[in-house]
Structure formats: structure tokens, C-alpha cells
Design a protein around this ligand. Sequence first.
Ligand SMILES: NC(=O)C1=CN([C@@H]2O[C@H](COP(=O)(O)OP(=O)(O)OC[C@H]3O[C@@H](n4cnc5c(N)ncnc54)[C@H](O)[C@@H]3O)[C@@H](O)[C@H]2O)C=CC1
Ligand SMILES: O=C(O)[C@@H]1CCC=N1
Length: 279
Amino acid sequence: MGSIGFIGAGSMAEAMVAGLLKGKVYKPEEVVVANRSNSARLEQLSKMYGIKTTHDKERLVKESSIIVLAMKPKDIQAGIDGIQELIENQLIVSVLAGISFETITNILGKQTAIVRAMPNTSAAIGKSATAIAASKDVTNEQIETCKSLFEAIGICKLVEENQLDAVTGLSGSGPAYIYYLVEAMEKAAIEVGLESAVARDLIVQTLLGASEMIAISEKHPSQLRKEVTSPNGTTEAGITILKERGFEDSLVTCIKRATERATELKVMFEDELITIEKK
Ligand SMILES: NC(=O)C1=CN([C@@H]2O[C@H](COP(=O)(O)OP(=O)(O)OC[C@H]3O[C@@H](n4cnc5c(N)ncnc54)[C@H](O)[C@@H]3O)[C@@H](O)[C@H]2O)C=CC1
Ligand SMILES: O=C(O)[C@@H]1CCC=N1
């Protein structure tokens, strides 16, 4: 597959690097990561994974057949500046929330093959839920390459570009919702008298068990829930509180708001770009 280069050395780049190495998709010497200026971070990644690191984006672009854009959306212009001329046959994979093909193409200053991907940090353990969308310049072969890349670190669905903000609100941000749930469950467990280490193990196993039940059972989650909920029992008492306090509405609104935020990132960025162009 050639080498893969990451521009941006943050949480998402690290999760992908860890997963790709774990899945033996790339050897450490086939992975190169660049960031803006933080040498300590690059040293840390190099030590942990044995990968190549650099501040020299030109070198990265020349060495890589796939270039992953993994900076924050606000940094895309600076992140791409200086490499436009060097992009020829490389496949550009952007994991940036909200930023459209149109914007990336405008910054690159040329029509080229771009895949937008929305993975999540569970990529680090090969369990990312990723969706990708392909620009019109991407060949079927490049789509397959990209799918196998993300399937090596989890599952990968092909969607339309206009569905990516929804994917971002659902599964891109999704791990954080689950971590928040676990934080709350741990707090409650301690308040009802359990030790934190015991509580953590019980919560983790409860999540793993429930996830696997959803994954393998033919029953709808609502049926699985019904089977836990004895009439007048403990679950019913607990779920009554969740209903009274708007749990479902909170989660639905949370995912809608995160989706909307991805759209705002695009709009904010495009405003900024227009301001830069006017100067
Ligand atoms: N963290 C997550 O769970 C997910 C993040 N994403 C997307 O991934 C991207 C990165 O997110 P994180 O890793 O969380 O951010 P982060 O803040 O941890 O990392 C961003 C990295 O970009 C680098 N950077 C900034 N400007 C640069 C430049 N001009 N040239 C080279 N490198 C530059 C920074 O030095 C840093 O290493 C974002 O666009 C986000 O929307 C997508 C899916 C999930
Ligand atoms: O919070 C964010 O904007 C990024 C995108 C999805 C997960 N993290």
C-alpha cells in the first residue's frame, strides 16, 4: 500500500496509528506523522510506536501514498499550506469534522482524489465505527483501499458526504457519550456503597455484555430492555426516573446538537477562509 502520512499528531492520528500497527496494515517504518511545532509530542509517538516523525510536511507528502489530514478543522489552511504543489497521485483522507470536499479542494487549489472519513478513537484497539464518503475524483479502487484501511481498525460504512455530519454527531463523538455514562454510573455505584474498582469491573462487563447482546441478538434493543425489566421491579423503578428526567430527549438532543455543530464548523471555517481571501 506504500507509506501513510498523518498531518496532525493528536488523539485521532494516534488512535489510527495504534490500530493500523496493531492490525499489521503498516510496518512502523511505513508510518510518518507531522505536527506544527511540538517536538516532544513527536518524540513521544516515535518512542511509543517506532514510527517516523517530522516537522517537514514536504518530506511526508513525498514519502506517502495516503495522506491523512488530522489537524483541527480551524488549522486546515495552515496544515495544507506549502504542500499543494506536491500533491499528485496521493489519496487525501480527511478526518476533519465538518470540512467539505469543496473547502479542501479550494485550499489544495486543485481537483484531486479526497476521501472524507469519520472514525472514532476506538480505532486504537481496532474497534472504530467509521463512515467514509468519496469525492468524484476517487476511483473505485481507491474506495476499496480506503475501506480496507478502516476495516482493519473497525467497521467502515460508505455514505454520502451530506450524511457525514450526522455520523460525526453519532459515532465520531459517540465514545465520549459512553464515557460520560460510565462516569455517572461509577459515581452512583460509590454512592450506593460499592468500591470504585469493583464498580468499574461490573460496569465494564455490563457494557460489554449489553453491546454484544445488541450485536448478536435478533431482538430489538427495546425487547432486550423489556426482558430485564420485571413488572414493579428494580429496573422499572430506575427507568421511570430516566424517563421522568428526560434521558431519551437528552440523548436525542445531544446527537442532533453535535450533528449541527459539525455543520457550524464548516460554516465558521468558510467565513474565516473568505476573510483570509479578502485580506
Ligand atoms: N478526537 C476524536 O475523537 C476525533 C477527531 N476527529 C477529527 O480529527 C481531527 C483531529 O482531532 P484531534 O486529534 O482530537 O485533535 P488534536 O488537537 O489532539 O490534534 C491536532 C493535531 O494537529 C496538529 N496541527 C495543528 N496545526 C497544524 C499544522 N499547521 N500542521 C501540522 N499539524 C498541525 C497539532 O499539532 C496536533 O498534533 C479534527 O479535525 C477532528 O474533527 C474525527 C473523529 C474523532
Ligand atoms: O469533538 C470533535 O469535534 C471531534 C469530532 C468527532 C469527535 N471529536
